[in-house]
Design a binder for this molecule. Structure first.
Ligand SMILES: *[C@@H]1O[C@H](CO)[C@@H](O)[C@H](O)[C@H]1NC(C)=O
Ligand SMILES: *[C@@H]1O[C@H](CO)[C@@H](O)[C@H](O)[C@H]1NC(C)=O
Ligand SMILES: *[C@@H]1O[C@H](CO)[C@@H](O)[C@H](O)[C@H]1NC(C)=O
Length: 440
């Protein structure tokens, strides 16, 4: 071989070596795209008591240990599932709370649900102080609605509601931090992703469905606006007074808080654009999409990919409807038996339910004029719909009717009330109408 021919070979050998190194690098240092679909759980039995009860009943939502979804929540979760029907989801994970497990099962299309640590719910700041204070004063029994039941109890309830449900508890870790995005990231990086990659070494993108909670999601990816367009509450007012130069640096009465990229990534996807209007929390069943990069070692968020709400449209900017305006008895039927059992009361069979004295119905009320001639036989004050199941009194459409009836009845029982005002007995609500019962 001539010397000049040797010279020609040098670059070839060099380039060959370089390709070899690149191939080696690719096999150890992979480029994997990880898509997270973050879902807030559906409307739960505790949510219902919290949002639709009278003042003195509201606090009782805290005592609903690990509540399941209510009927309305289940129905809406089923509807929200259609938004994910065409998605390829590699694994579905949920917090250790039943409302998240149930949501994960329904909304991600009945795939096995793995319970994972650190994506549960916890109050911070003032709210956490209130829970402590309420517990100390004996008004509530702690943060029970955010406390998971033991696995066996969960499975018993979940299987009674979804006979086919498939829950994998192998990752559940009650000694891990309850609610921490950093710990969740660590779990994905150190445990879940390596296992997923080992199972499917050729795959370069994974989608993980995550069912979690509103405060957790708000504080992890969508913190409230610092600008506070709607001034509501002391904290917001304090931000206005103390000033907040930019959304990522927020001054409050308790000091300055610097937010990471990640903590504001979904800010614009939150109802009320992250203002205090909705507490900056996602709607029940809202689906947020964010991306991470994983190279076999580092696991880092990709803020440039942004955050998107799946299924959003001009009519439904958050992909799913907000809380119903009017809740009906049919929306909370599955809550009462779980509550009774929690309180150690014998379970109310369907037969026992049907043997309870009937409440006055539509016809009787329509017939009110006739009954004006005698003492009303309307519901007594102790007869309420929800109390029959021993659930805290939820202001359902029917309950409001009973309350209005009682009020009118009492008023008319007194002889000094003119007869004419007694004719205003409330008419039984048409619960088949979507305008009356709007959880559809
Ligand atoms: C899913 O795919 C079907 C069939 O292509 C389509 O009709 C439907 O609109 C898709 N749903 C969503 C939510 O994209
Ligand atoms: C539960 O998940 C673990 C971890 O991914 C897995 O090894 C195990 O096979 C799963 N169990 C079942 C019953 O699928
Ligand atoms: C559970 O979480 C704790 C605290 O983060 C951790 O030290 C422990 O290793 C975890 N256990 C398992 C089995 O992963």
């Amino acid at each position: 071989m001539m010397f000049w021919q040797l010279l020609l070979l040098v670059p070839l050998v060099a380039s060959g070596t370089r390709t070899g190194i690149q191939q080696l690098a690719l096999s150890t240092e992979r480029k994997i795209r990880v898509r997270l679909l973050l879902v807030r759980h559906g409307l739960s039995c505790a949510n219902v008591i919290r949002h639709y009860s009278e003042l003195f009943e509201v606090l009782k939502h805290k005592n609903f240990l690990d509540a399941p979804l209510c009927d309305c929540g289940k129905r809406r979760t089923e509807r929200a599932a259609s938004l994910l029907a065409n998605e390829t989801v590699d694994i579905v994970v949920a917090s250790n709370l039943m409302r998240a497990i149930e949501t994960a099962w329904i909304q991600f299309g009945h795939r096995p649900v793995s319970v994972v640590p650190s994506i549960g719910e916890a109050h911070h700041g003032i709210a956490a102080g209130m829970v402590k204070l309420g517990t100390f004063a004996g008004v509530i029994k702690g943060d029970l609605d955010n406390t998971a039941r033991v696995k066996e109890d969960q499975l018993k309830i979940l299987r009674s509601l979804h006979p086919e449900i498939n829950v994998n508890y192998s990752y559940r870790n009650d000694s891990a931090e309850l609610s921490s995005w950093e710990h969740f990231e660590e779990f994905l990086q150190a445990k879940l992703l390596p296992e997923m990659v080992a199972k499917d070494p050729r795959k370069t993108s994974f989608t993980i469905g995550v069912a979690a909670h509103s405060i957790f999601l708000r504080d992890s990816v969508g913190r409230r606006s610092a600008n506070c367009p709607t001034v509501s509450g002391l904290v917001c007012a304090s931000r206005v007074i103390l000033g907040s130069p930019q959304p990522k640096e927020v001054r409050t009465l308790f000091g300055t808080e610097i937010r990471s990229d990640r903590q504001t990534i979904c800010h614009n996807q939150m109802p009320g654009k992250g203002s205090d209007e909705h507490g900056g929390k996602p709607y029940n069943n809202q689906i947020l999409e964010i991306f991470y990069n994983y190279d076999g070692g580092a696991f880092t968020i990709d803020p440039s990919a942004g955050c998107r709400t799946l299924g959003s449209s001009p009519e439904l900017p958050y992909g799913v409807p907000g809380s119903p305006q009017h809740i009906c008895e049919g929306d909370i039927g599955r809550c009462a038996p779980v509550w009774r059992e929690l309180k150690g009361k014998p379970s109310l069979t369907m037969e026992a339910q049907s043997n309870l004295p009937a409440l006055p119905m539509h016809e009787q009320v329509l017939d009110a004029a006739a009954r004006l001639q005698r003492r009303f036989t309307g519901p007594t004050t102790s007869e309420t719909f929800s109390m029959r199941g021993d659930l805290p009194q939820v202001e359902t459409v029917e309950q409001k009717w009973v309350d209005a009836w009682n009020k009118a009845d009492k008023k008319c029982a007194s002889s000094d009330v003119p007869r004419s005002s007694c004719e205003d007995l409330p008419v039984y609500p048409d619960t088949s109408s979507k305008a009356v019962c709007d959880c559809v």
